[in-house]
Design a protein around this ligand. Structure first.
Ligand code: C5P
Length: 222
């Protein structure tokens, strides 16, 4: 099977919209591979912080992106052979990821690495530009969104689960700042592909949102 014949479900959307959870569930239901592209930007930020590379040095960051020694094992991710699953979820790394992601050279350096995930029997790709830039020929494109308030309160619950108490107002401000940076950047800004369906999960459970994506895929595949 040529790579372009392998089905791709592109799931894009803003931070804390639920797209990561939905993407993982859709991949599991179909037995497809999963690409968490945000993890790659997070790994570049983590490596930059560890090596003291400034987050505005596009060339040096692109070098880090090209040379990343990454391994995705089940739900975990390893960087340079050591577990980095928790480290890439730090607030400093989240913030850093959206800063390194503005550089075209960093995005270009990660492009082929992302496309290499397209393997039989299929791929669910989660990110900001899966349907617009990385897999423009994806057969199913979904833009998952929710109000900033709903996203902030979901993030609060998620953090509480890890024993971290976060102020709702501060989370809302962070989410808005990250949205602005992701949607306002010149290269691959966050926006729905022209042929994407927009799925607002504000009033949906994860199960309902997952079922919507699976239905859409079944319609397109049938
Ligand atoms: O999805 P996640 O929150 O892990 O992504 C972290 C950051 O990486 C985002 O805020 C965004 O700036 C960047 N990103 C991106 N393009 C992608 C995935 C993530 O620019 N495809």
């Amino acid at each position: 099977m040529g790579a372009s014949a392998v089905p791709v479900i592109a799931i894009d959307g803003p931070a804390a919209s639920g797209k990561g959870t939905v993407a993982a569930r859709v991949a599991r239901a179909l037995g497809f591979h999963l690409l968490d592209s945000g993890a790659l930007y997070r790994l570049v930020a983590l490596q930059a912080i560890r090596r003291g590379v400034p987050l505005d040095d596009a060339e040096a960051l692109a070098g880090l992106a090209r040379d990343l020694d990454v391994c995705f094992v089940a739900q975990r991710v390893e960087l340079d052979g050591a577990d980095a699953t928790m480290a890439i979820r730090d607030e400093a790394v989240s913030e850093g990821a959206s800063r390194v992601a503005v550089h075209p050279a960093v995005r270009a350096a990660l492009l082929e690495r992302q496309r290499a995930f397209r393997q039989p029997p299929g791929l669910v790709a989660d990110g900001r530009d899966m349907g617009t830039v990385v897999f423009p020929d994806a057969g199913t494109k979904v833009f998952v969104t929710a109000t900033p308030e709903a996203r902030a309160s979901r993030r609060q619950v998620q953090l509480a689960g890890r024993g971290v108490h976060a102020d709702l107002r501060a989370l809302l401000d962070e989410i808005r700042a990250r949205d602005e940076r992701d949607a306002g950047r010149a290269v691959a800004p966050l926006r729905p592909a022209g042929d994407a369906i927009v799925l607002d999960t504000t009033a949906l459970t994860i199960e309902q949102a997952t079922a919507c994506v699976l239905d859409r895929y079944a319609q397109r595949a049938g």
